[in-house]
Design a protein around this ligand. Structure first.
Ligand code: OXD
Length: 310
């Protein structure tokens, strides 16, 4: 039996080596060279893989996302019916995202864009000192990534709030839920951070209505999915100064077309979906363990809840 890997060619080989380091007995196939479809028992895939293609494998027992997000697996036609889907819950992914959020919170809090502009103009000018305890951070999503980022920020002394669909308690974080909670948190968020899973409920959540609730001159940080943000609404809010600046790692579509306004926008800081990159050596043990469990008919780790969409 074999494991099918599907992502960019260079990364596939990296994954192959990492999985074999954990279990040298595995047979690995690199898409599109799947070999005999009847031999594929697990598919470890990233965003470009077509879910309809996975219906070709009659003995498939497990689908694994190569990242924390699974929206690419759930979009129509979705995974083959009855096949469990697992996502990665990986310390290195969580750490990297925490660092990226911290980088951008501090960039905005410490007026870095303004200081860069002053440097470019050769102007020696001191801006008013920012007050950490008065810079309120609202995090959309308090899963693995959101809770970790919240912990880092509270340790730095920022007042941190978090919003989730259902009520949730997180130490040191003022939590909100539901539509009213979203509006209430936004109204107090000097920096809004999006770390939500992308589901039909959260698509377009960062729209003109939400942005207009932020205090004037707030900042937006999106490390989740491009589909969370309505780009035209964000560009309009940047234009009026309602949003002072945005840090974006994710876009719709990706790669972002060269003529998109974000590329050269003075108030947009971009990274190419690189905030948190899966390191196969770190992720491989959980994939191999899940495959063992699937073969043994045991409960799987990090299973996707299809009804919740993540
Ligand atoms: C992920 C990602 O989902 O990198 O892990 O976007």
């Amino acid at each position: 039996m074999a494991v099918l890997l599907s992502t960019k060619a260079a990364t596939m080989d990296w994954w192959r080596r990492a999985l074999l380091a954990v279990d040298p007995g595995l047979t690995i196939r690199l898409f599109p060279d799947a070999g005999d479809p009847a031999e594929i028992e697990a598919a470890v895939v990233w965003t470009a893989h077509d879910m309809a293609e996975l219906r070709r494998y009659p003995n498939l027992k497990l689908i694994v996302s190569m990242g924390a997000g699974v929206d690419h697996l759930l979009r129509p036609p979705g995974p083959p019916p009855g096949i469990p889907v697992a996502r990665l819950v990986d310390r290195m992914l969580t750490t990297q995202m925490g660092e990226w959020v911290l980088l951008n919170v501090l960039r905005f809090h410490r007026q870095d864009l303004d200081y860069r502009a002053l440097q470019a103009a050769k102007r020696w000018e001191e801006l008013p000192a920012p007050v950490t305890a008065e810079t309120r951070i609202g995090i959309l999503g308090l899963g693995e990534l959101g809770s970790h980022a919240a912990g880092l920020l509270t340790r730095l002394g920022f007042p941190v709030m978090g919003w989730t669909r259902r009520p949730k308690v997180v130490d040191g974080v003022q939590t909100f839920h539901g539509a009213d909670g979203l509006a209430a948190m936004a109204a107090q968020s000097n920096i809004l951070v999006c770390l939500l899973p992308l589901t039909p409920e959260t698509r377009g959540i960062v729209d003109a209505a939400l942005l207009s609730r932020l205090p004037k001159g707030a900042f937006l940080i999106n490390g989740a999915r491009g589909g969370h943000v309505v780009d035209a609404d964000l560009l309009a809010a940047l234009e009026t100064g309602q949003v002072a600046a945005a840090a974006l790692d994710v876009f719709q579509p990706e790669p972002l077309p060269a003529d998109h306004a974000y590329w050269s926008h003075p108030k947009v800081v971009m990274t190419p979906h690189a905030a948190s990159i899966t390191i196969p050596e770190s992720a491989a043990p959980q994939v191999v363990e899940n495959l063992r469990r699937a073969r043994a008919g045991e409960a799987l780790m990090n299973l996707v809840d299809f009804s919740a969409g993540y």
